[in-house]
Design a protein around this ligand. Structure first.
Ligand code: MEV
Length: 298
C-alpha cells in the first residue's frame, strides 16, 4: 500500500493568458490531496464523489491516470483538503498524487518530470485544453514562473482563499477557456492587448516576489482581477469576496483559476480579519500558506 500527496495551487498572475503562451506565476499551497494505491484484483476508485470502477464520468482524472500507467489492478482511495473544480488545482493534485502512488506501488520507476508530463497530457485529454501550470506546480511545489519553470522565492505572507461554493465543476475549465477563445476571435483588437497585459504582470511580479514587495504584488493582483473580469470569467459572487477582502486590508485580491465561480485569493498579514470579511460576504474562507513541497510519499 502506497500513499502519496500533492498540493493545490493559486495563481498570483496569469490564468487564461498562460493558455496563449504568456507567462504566469503559480504557487503551491498547503492544501493537499492524498491518494492511497493498493494492488488489487480489480480496479476500484473511492472518493467523496462515490465508489466506482474505472469511470471517466465520475473519476475522469484518476481513471485516465490508471489507464496511462497500464491499467494495473489497483484500489485507489482519495481524500482531499482541496475543494473540487474550484480553481485551486484539485484535478492536477489528484492526477499527480495518483500517478505517483501507482508509480511507487508497482515499482514503475518514472521520474517526477515524467509524471508531470503525463499529468499534463491527462489534463489536456479530460479538459480539451490545459497549460502545464497546475500539474507542474503540483509535482514540484514552490512559487514558479510558467512557462520558464523558474523557481522564485517562497512568499511568507498569509493566503486567504474565499470559496463561492458556486459554479464548481471539473469540466468548467474547458468551457471557460473556450469562452475566452471565442471572445478573442470575435474581438482580437480588444482581447489580445488584455492577454498581453496580464502576461506583463508575471514578468513584473518576478522581481516583486524576490523583494517580497507585498504592497505592489497586491496592487497588480487587483488589476489582474479587473482584466479577468473584462475577459468575462468573473462572477458577482467572486467580486463580492474580492472586495470584502480588499476592504478588510488585504494587500490584493483576485479570482484564481478558470473563474466562473469557484475561488478567489487574497494576500494578507492579517488573514483572520480577511477570512472573517469573506465569511460575512457569503464565502467560505480557508487560511493557508505557500509551500515548497510538491508531490510526496507520505
Ligand atoms: C485553470 O486553472 C487556469 C487556466 O489558465 C487554464 C490552464 O492554464 O490550463 C484557465
Amino acid at each position: 500500500m502506497t500513499t502519496c500527496s500533492a498540493p493545490g495551487k493559486i495563481y498570483l498572475f496569469g490564468e487564461h493568458a498562460v493558455v496563449y503562451g504568456e507567462p504566469a506565476i503559480a504557487c503551491a499551497i498547503e492544501l493537499r490531496t492524498r491518494v492511497c494505491a493498493k494492488k488489487s484484483n480489480v480496479i476500484k476508485i473511492s472518493s467523496n464523489l462515490g465508489k466506482t470502477a474505472l469511470d471517466f464520468d465520475v473519476h475522469p482524472y484518476v481513471s485516465a491516470a490508471i489507464k496511462k500507467m497500464g491499467s494495473p489492478g489497483v484500489s485507489i482511495e482519495i481524500t482531499s483538503d482541496i475543494p473540487v473544480g474550484s480553481g485551486l488545482g484539485s484535478s492536477a493534485a489528484v492526477t499527480i498524487a495518483t500517478l505517483a502512488a501507482i508509480n511507487i506501488e508497482f515499482g514503475l520507476g518514472y521520474e517526477n518530470e515524467e509524471l508531470a508530463r503525463i499529468g499534463h497530457e491527462i489534463e489536456k485529454e479530460v479538459q480539451g485544453a490545459a497549460s502545464p501550470t497546475d500539474t507542474f506546480v503540483s509535482t514540484f511545489g514552490g512559487v514558479v514562473e510558467i512557462p520558464s519553470r523558474k523557481r522564485l522565492e517562497l512568499l511568507d505572507c498569509g493566503i486567504v482563499i474565499g470559496n463561492t461554493n458556486k459554479g464548481a465543476s471539473p469540466k468548467k475549465t474547458a468551457k471557460l477557456v473556450q469562452q475566452v477563445a471565442r471572445l478573442k476571435e470575435q474581438y482580437p483588437d480588444a482581447i489580445n492587448p488584455i492577454i498581453k497585459t496580464i502576461g506583463s504582470f508575471a514578468k513584473q511580479g518576478e522581481a516583486l516576489v524576490s523583494e517580497k514587495n507585498y504592497t505592489s504584488l497586491g496592487k497588480l493582483m487587483n488589476v489582474n482581477h479587473g482584466l479577468l473580469d473584462a475577459l468575462g470569467v468573473c462572477t458577482v459572487e467572486l467580486s463580492a469576496l474580492v472586495y470584502a477582502a480588499r476592504n478588510a486590508g488585504a494587500y490584493g485580491a483576485k479570482l484564481t483559476g478558470a473563474g466562473g465561480g469557484g475561488c478567489m485569493v487574497a494576500l494578507s498579514d492579517s488573514p483572520q480579519e480577511v477570512a472573517k470579511a469573506i465569511e460575512r460576504a457569503g464565502g467560505q474562507a480557508i487560511i493557508t500558506r505557500f509551500t515548497q513541497l510538491g508531490v510526496l510519499l507520505e
